[in-house]
Design a protein around this ligand. Sequence first.
Ligand code: NAP
Length: 328
Amino acid sequence: MIAQGDRRTVFSIMFILEESGEMARRVVVAGATGLIGRHLCAYLHERGNEVIALVRNVEKAKRQILTATAYVHWQPSEHSAWAESLDGADALVNLAGASIFGKRWDAAYKNEIRDSRVVSTRVLFSALIAARRKPAVFINGSAIGYYGPRDATPLDEQSPPGNDFLAQVGVAWEQEALEAEELGIRTVLLRTGIVLDHDDGALPKMMLPFQLLSGGPILPGNQWLSWIHIADEIGLIALALDDERVTGPLNATAPEPQTNRDFMATLGRVMGRPSWLPTPGFGLHLLLGEVADLLVQGQRVLPRKAQSYDYQFRYPTAEAALRDLLVH
Ligand SMILES: NC(=O)c1ccc[n+]([C@@H]2O[C@H](COP(=O)([O-])OP(=O)(O)OC[C@H]3O[C@@H](n4cnc5c(N)ncnc54)[C@H](OP(=O)(O)O)[C@@H]3O)[C@@H](O)[C@H]2O)c1
């Protein structure tokens, strides 16, 4: 059975089915109940894969995703019985991690942000070691936060990491994942930008001021915003699953990032609302604390590797992505 929200996703990503090559059959997804995980499960289900969802709360997960074949309770901090679900699986996708914008960052929440990624990846690796028949491919969620705050210099997969908190988390997270290469498992580090989805994630929050007729750029306005439509995020995960050439870091961002000022102007235009009231960075800092840096600073990330594999973005521009999500 496919839920209404899942069905919308399936329709929007049907094109991927036509383009995907040989398919992994049994796919284990950790963090399956999240924004990306829910769309991924719906897509994998639709194309006939067996989806094993590793979740912290099975009953809740059954309400959130209707498209998994099996729901396995796991503790992301501990290797225990759940690890057997990786034995004989064809692919593992790890999307688990405490929300970056979930709470104001204090020392305890920063630890949770880091451990929910680094430690969970480490226990998944120990489960991969234990698996008698190991998955052929491991796709580990990562983020463009790996590159740290930057100016307008274009960044690709070869660019060095930054050194702020999220960059340090990204480096440690990717190092844990790369251990899987030692097991002969093709490992992909999916460096995701800001995912645009109609119902969840950043976009509904960005829309709110526009709905109140008080939308505008976050100052200084010239910071870059590297985004991706959810359908292309799933398209790139499909590419990583199915195409054996894909290995190592893979930027999951659209080919045409925009400055914050331009992106907000596009959003206002698509919503038919003015983009006129700037939000000062210091105001966001007072409201949100350290996490506000992510909005006030940015980075201009390009999907060079995806393009080198000839991945065709369905939504290369913010205008096209926002029109699809908000107008159709
Ligand atoms: N969405 C974006 O714009 C974006 C951008 C860049 C990077 N990413 C990264 O991509 C990954 C997936 O993104 P998403 O947007 O789908 O995330 P999400 O909606 O926040 O969901 C992440 C999932 O991780 C699990 N989780 C939450 N807290 C956890 C904890 N403390 N320990 C272990 N697992 C925990 C939850 O699954 P269960 O409750 O089922 O266990 C949750 O559904 C994340 O690592 C995220 O940082 C996302």
